[in-house]
Design a protein around this ligand. Structure first.
Ligand code: PLP
Length: 389
């Protein structure tokens, strides 16, 4: 027998590129015309796969991509992405030659880095765009908002640097209390005033993440950096909604085996569940080794459009659900671990609650041992695959 490609495992993640495209259409309709979009594709696009998301986002009108690490940017360049890529956060000196060579746009919040970058750009005969990174209160990265003058002067004096952008980041933009966000906005405006006073004009001023984009139109400026919203997830329960936005990612698994329990039978490691009556149990080959939160006797999955409660402890590669009330379930049936099935949905926010964490954490926690299956979007003909170690 000739063997070619081995079959995919019976647990997988579906990435619906049609939904990603529709989310972009809805965001485009919602946003002011002048506002540009930067698609945040760090951490493999929050687990969706950076190449596919980047290419669809650019097709749908995003102008810029944003990543955290040099590696992430180089991987995109290698896969033929030539669009502007902004490296959020600080660079190590040793990374700068790579940034210049591959036309990656750096955030700069440090005099020494500005000088080093200028020297490398001049040596390469280039004038490289940079974004001035300003700390307006997050106290993570960037130059302090009230101490940016010398850095502005340095950038202005370097003919191999072009100050294309100014960036800052909100600590809290998606909750009801916007008072700190307003203070950050005020500080950001002071920085812009200072640039103007020095006769430095900047094309791309940007402060908003998804929460800011939704709730703080007065902070839109020239570009919004959308991360979680493009993936169809609202950053909080209280932020503004855009109707029709839907999650791009679903997690699915096929029933591996079915067990019949008698009263007194136990289930799984630690014997954390004991049957008190005859129960029918489906075993699903997905576990905390795939990124499922390590909960016990908590949560549920969807089978035949209905909720089957999780019983016992989650194992590395398996979890068990009670299907006594869903008699139609058979081995091989598709269960939805996160996403929609029939009229019901297990949302990323619900899974986050089980874990005591946030939706962002759940999205990026799914391991790459779960193959990503891409459902195509109309008008996007490229096919993608992602099956990393
Ligand atoms: C991750 C990130 C974003 C995107 O945030 P979302 O809440 O997912 O929209 C925007 N800007 C910076 C600097 C980030 O690190």
């Amino acid at each position: 027998m000739q063997l070619s490609t081995p079959p995919l495992r019976s647990a997988w993640i579906e990435i619906d590129l049609g939904r990603l495209k529709r989310n972009y259409e809805l965001i485009n309709q919602d946003k002011p015309k002048h506002l540009r979009l930067l698609s945040i594709v760090k951490d493999e696009a929050y687990g969706h796969g950076a190449e596919a998301v980047a290419k669809v986002a650019l097709k749908c009108g995003a102008d810029f991509l944003g990543v955290s690490d040099l590696d992430e940017a180089l991987a995109l360049r290698e896969r033929g992405v030539n669009a502007p890529i902004l490296l959020l956060y600080e660079r190590q000196e040793s990374e700068l030659p790579w940034c210049v060579h591959h036309n990656l746009t750096c955030c700069v919040g440090d005099l020494n880095i500005a000088r080093k970058l200028a020297g490398l750009a001049a040596a390469a005969g280039k004038r490289v765009p940079i974004h001035l990174k300003v700390n307006t209160g997050m106290n993570r990265y960037g130059i302090a908002w009230n101490d940016a003058g010398p850095l502005m002067e340095e950038i202005k004096s370097q003919s191999s640097l072009h100050l294309e952008g100014v960036i800052s980041h909100f600590s809290m933009s998606d909750e009801t209390d916007k008072s700190f966000a307003m203070l950050q906005l005020e500080r950001f405006n002071r920085v812009l005033d200072e640039l103007k006073a020095r006769n430095i004009s900047v094309r791309l001023r940007h402060l908003c993440n998804s929460g800011g984009f939704l709730d703080l139109p007065q902070a839109h400026f020239d570009m919004a950096r959308v991360g979680i919203l493009q993936y169809g997830i609202f950053p909080s329960q209280v932020c503004r909604r855009i109707a029709g936005i839907e999650p791009v990612m679903s997690v699915k698994v096929r029933v591996g085996t079915i067990q019949q329990l008698k009263p007194g039978d136990k289930v799984g490691y630690g014997m954390r569940y004991e049957a008190t009556s005859n129960r029918r149990v489906a075993v699903l080959p997905i576990g905390y080794g795939d990124g499922f939160p390590r909960v016990r006797n908590m949560g549920s999955v969807l089978l035949h459009g209905r909720r089957a409660p999780i019983i016992g402890s989650i194992a590395m590669d398996a979890l068990m659900v009670d299907i006594t009330d869903i008699p139609a379930v058979n081995v091989g049936d598709e269960a939805v671990v996160m996403g929609r099935q029939g009229a019901d949905e297990i949302s990323v926010h619900e899974v986050a609650k089980w874990k005591g964490s946030v939706s962002y954490d759940i999205l990026v926690s799914w391991k790459f041992r779960l193959p990503r299956i891409y459902l195509p979007a109309e008008g996007i003909n490229e096919t993608f695959s992602l099956r990393l170690g």
